[in-house]
Design a binder for this molecule. Sequence first.
Ligand code: ARG
Length: 609
Amino acid sequence: MAELDNLISKLKTLGIEEPLKVFPGSNPVKNPFDIFRSYITEELGNVSGVSKDLIYPALEWTNTSDRGDLVIPIPRLRIKGAKPDVLAAEWADKFNKGKYIKDAIAKGPFIQFYFNPELLAQLVVKDVLTKKESYGSASLGEGKKVIVEFSSPNIAKPFHAGHLRSTIIGGFISNLHEVLGYDVVRLNYLGDWGKQFGVLGVGFKKYGSEELLESDPINHLFNVYVSINKDIEQEKETSADGTSAIDEEARTFFKQMTEGDEYALGLWKRFRGFSIERYKDTYARLNITYDSYSGESSISEEAMQEVSKLMTEKNLVVEDAGAKLVDLTKYNKKLGKAIIQKRDGTSLYLTRDIAGALDRYNKYKFDKMIYVIASQQDLHTAQFFKVLDLLEFDWAKNLQHINFGLVQGMSTRKGTVVFLDTILEETKEKMHEVMKKNEAKYAQIENPEEIADLVGISAIMIQDMSAKRINNYTFNMNRMFSFEGDTGPYLQYAHSRLRSVERNAATITPEDLLNADLSLLKEDCATELLRVISQYPDVILNAYRTSEPSTVVTYLFKLTHIVSSCYDILWVAGQEKELATARLALYSSARQTLNNGMRLLGLTPVNRM
Ligand code: ARG
């Protein structure tokens, strides 16, 4: 409340005497747009007599500023009898613009509202400069806990494009919830259990190297796995009955693991431990740290039992040739029949997910749990969500699957098998080459390797997040490194250029900026930039609604394009101090907004490049 009082007294100093009537649920303290929304709702409600509850949610954004800052389609107010364009004209005419609104113009069945740019400048620029990193944050998740499960690679198998996308998108989804005030638990659900670890255990005896396990666990374990599988294949081909002794041995090894055999379990623990250590370093390059590395191995026996007991009690299970399954076609044909236990009694990926969710609920009492998994597993996810729902866990409704499409053409120089580390190394090298081409600039960079790494990573991430999640895309090194077009390097360049504007005007102090005379920002370009900066908190909410990183990416390109078109018009260098200060305040708030958006996406903005 104190914050709202502050805002109201700030409005007073700007000459606005009448108290702001805050529409319930809107948040003018954190979101400048909500000040205008509340005001328009109040005034339009008064002129039209329409319920404010209908007006507020009908106020829409516009794509271009010539259509106003907010627009309302009158048909959305559901008024019987009257013609929308007649009403629009009448209400626009009577609308009390006060100090908030410069123009309210009827256009067909719409009313377009144009904010008073001077007021907008006063409300936004200093707000961003004071809130800094927290500009854009909101409190809708306060007191709530969300689990975000993402990345989840399989030990001893390649980290493929699906894992890469899960990592990138999941990192963003976690950050997004954090910015909205949620208590976020980042969880990595490793593929670390199953018969393949028996195969790996046996393989390690034959092909393993202690040294390599410690120095390069991920590649080494994969190589061991490939070699031993070749042996198994060969045995199967050459033996009379198509069996393999190694395969039998592997089965026994895994059985020993499940029975707690010290040697077998000890070896497996080391495979897992070393792999996680290595993954941690790689995730750190992407600004990701996990709260928990769980995995298929961590599902508790109790949860397995409970789930199985409940399924039987609720008569969900049918036997079919020794296997157990749940017939979900009754609820939805597409869900099919889900096998939950194989003939040999071993549990399955699906069953582990069912019990795993219960474990997590017991441990975290989450308000919401998100699984970031490729759309190839849509059916799997829908199945285990449905089973949990049939088991009548009331938290089952709080599970969310965030899916995504495929990446095509992702391979490395050495072959088609892809590891995360290799992808990052290759992009870094390639980026480094691109940077060297501009010799003069390159010479000025103190830490080119580090910059190449950060910009290279941005290239990968922006490529991934530019379109709707569900779309497939083709991994294209040439396109993603281009400085033209909407790429990661372009965003980094835009950020470093804004930094350079700030560096070149170092005589202007942060305090000067907070006291800048913003009424000097008269150019259209400045107004345009201000509007876009003020949209950022809304963009975050939109991204939350859609779970689409592209919502933020698209916005950041809009922001950087406008900034770049302002450079020719709004000079800072060589201007009188007052004017330079006002302009720098604008650029600085643009830079802060860009920085916040980039970090939200998981990028590390660079200061020079
Ligand atoms: N490890 C799995 C894979 O590589 C992904 C795990 C997704 N998460 C889950 N809860 N099933 O396919």
